[in-house]
Design a protein around this ligand. Structure first.
Ligand SMILES: [Zn+2]
Length: 153
């Protein structure tokens, strides 16, 4: 019986073989005495066969993982997306659409452009709003606190 056939018969009998260093481990079902004796006689060949099989499985798994990575966003794509998000969150110091409330993360393109992590503080009139303004660039000094709606982003 060849080592390949011995390996197949062991696995068909429910024995799981693994190699740890130079040690051949048999797990699962207990092989019948004749098959166990055959395994002991061909131990060195079985170690080589199981090690080769395990290496092929690892190689195959790595190939599948590498294939799954194709088409995923790389660092260049991620940087472009981050740039797009940053440009969407950048707002002018003021704009004339009261319905266009600054979104979370919005920052002023004038005073916030040099901050590493800019945040925004915006206001509009409570009655008859004309639009939104940056608190730093256009502070509402002409209005009282009750006449202002404030949003922090
Ligand atoms: Zn500003």
């Amino acid at each position: 019986m060849s080592a390949t056939l011995t390996l197949r018969r062991l696995e068909e009998a429910g024995v799981r073989l693994s190699v740890e260093g130079e040690i051949l481990r048999l797990r699962g079902q207990q092989p019948e005495p004749a098959l166990l004796a055959e395994a002991k006689a061909r131990k060195a060949e079985l170690i080589r066969l199981v090690a080769e099989r395990d290496a092929e499985e690892i190689e195959e798994r790595q190939a599948i993982q590498a294939e799954a990575m194709v088409g995923r966003p790389g660092s260049e794509h991620r940087r472009q997306v981050e740039g797009l998000i940053a440009s969407v969150l950048q707002r002018p110091p003021s704009w004339a659409d009261p319905a266009s409330c600054p979104a979370p993360g919005s920052y002023c393109g004038c005073c916030g452009r040099f901050d590493a992590k800019p945040s925004g503080r915006w206001w509009r009139e409570r009655e008859n709003p004309s639009g939104w303004c940056c608190w730093s660039c256009h502070p509402p000094v002409h209005l009282s606190v009750e006449d202002v709606v404030e949003v922090r982003t």
